[in-house]
Ligand binder design. Structure first.
Ligand SMILES: [Zn+2]
Length: 174
């Protein structure tokens, strides 16, 4: 399978600000293993064992899911069922809370499925509980996704933010 077919199976992720949000929300029927993925994309991609991946020195944990570093990914992060993909080349452009929110969003897909708003809510509530996402940090996340244009599959950045602010303030875990 070529890379574009694989990319079509990845959960919908983030548009790089200024680009259109591609619709890639199909839940993979036959997801690759991390080994198959790195063999396919090649280059400097590599697998980081569960609990070993760090962002700005902070350990990131998503259950027992490994992280694949793929700096050629056309996005900041992505997820297949069973593992997360992080693009460190793009992630180094954003602040620590935004980095952690991206990781937590992709982790949210692991536990909550392909829905974007649910993954957003999972990420901000996890950040609040774990203490790495302040209200100011949430506003940084909002600025980060603000350029994302809405389309038939994705709410615009401002709608996503409204929802995330409500989730952040909601003591019930969703
Ligand atoms: Zn997503």
């Amino acid at each position: 399978m070529n890379r574009s077919v694989w990319a079509a199976l990845i959960f919908a992720t983030f548009a790089i600000p200024g680009t259109l949000t591609a619709s890639r929300s199909a839940f993979a029927q036959n997801p690759p293993t991390p080994e198959e993925y790195t063999a396919q994309v090649g280059g400097t991609s590599r697998i980081v064992a569960p609990g070993r991946f760090k962002l700005d020195g902070r350990r990131q944990i998503c259950g027992r899911r490994p992280t694949v570093i793929d700096n050629q990914l056309d996005d900041y992060g992505a997820a297949y069922p069973g593992f997360l993909i992080m693009n460190q080349r793009l992630l180094k452009r954003v602040s620590t809370p935004v980095k952690q929110w991206i990781y937590a969003h992709e982790c949210g897909h692991q536990f909550r499925g392909p829905d974007e708003e649910t993954a957003d809510c999972f990420a901000v509530q996890r950040g609040r509980r774990q203490g790495w996402l302040s209200k100011a940090g949430l506003e940084e996340v909002c600025q980060f996704i603000a350029p994302a244009k809405g389309d038939s599959m994705h709410l615009s950045g401002s709608f996503r933010c409204e929802y995330m602010r409500r989730c952040y303030a909601d003591p019930r875990v969703r």
